[in-house]
Design a protein around this ligand. Sequence first.
Ligand SMILES: Nc1ncnc2c1ncn2[C@@H]1O[C@H](COP(=O)(O)OP(=O)(O)O)[C@@H](O)[C@H]1O
Ligand SMILES: [Mg+2]
Length: 222
Amino acid sequence: MLEFFITATDTDAGKTYVATSLVYALVAKGKRVAVYKPISAGCQQVGSLLINEDAQLLQAAANCQQLITNINPIAFEPAIAPHIAALQCQKSINIVEINEHYQKLKTLKADVIITEGAGGWRLPLGNGTFLSEFVQQNHQKVILVVNMKLGCLNHAVLTYQSILADGLECIAWVANCIEPMPYLQENITELESLLPIPKLACLAFEQDMKVAVKQFDLSALY
Ligand SMILES: Nc1ncnc2c1ncn2[C@@H]1O[C@H](COP(=O)(O)OP(=O)(O)O)[C@@H](O)[C@H]1O
Ligand SMILES: [Mg+2]
């Protein structure tokens, strides 16, 4: 079973977009793919459930018939830092709980599990803990989504170095070109030399995710 964790240089960098298109690409290759979005903030109350759009997008792409509450067990309504959202409702985020849900998900016997992080690499969970510790405890291989904009070289290198300093493998990166950037190609070339790992995809702004799905070089994953 292959286990990947999708992180990014920042929030709104394209983690969900990349994770979802990667899931579609793997499913198209005949893989059984399960998905996990342990923590979300920015949800809609639907009956007794808090539903997160990222989790819905991942659910639609994956093919292990997972319930939305298994995909996203920890959900908060306001779109704010999750541990602050937790405090607002007198809760705390427990890394043991995140791990327990992940272990359940592993019993689905998927070929690949794609986990989408929240925010950037060093997302605080409160009480001095970070979501990156969950990745350390489960040894997922990390994929770094770089939102191609001014400042991304610094963010990408800092994130890459933090992942390595945590004893983890960052196996590939994605150039996600959401907004116009002056000297885009020069910046991509710079990242190719700064990050000594394969580029999994270079995605332009694509309304139709089906176009993005075709851009992935899946050989970087195996
Ligand atoms: N390559 C892309 N082409 C088109 N839209 C994109 C692309 N990457 C991200 N987006 C859009 O940008 C927004 C932020 O991306 P998202 O994947 O939700 O970021 P994150 O999960 O890191 O917070 C979303 O509306 C998403 O659909
Ligand atoms: Mg997301």
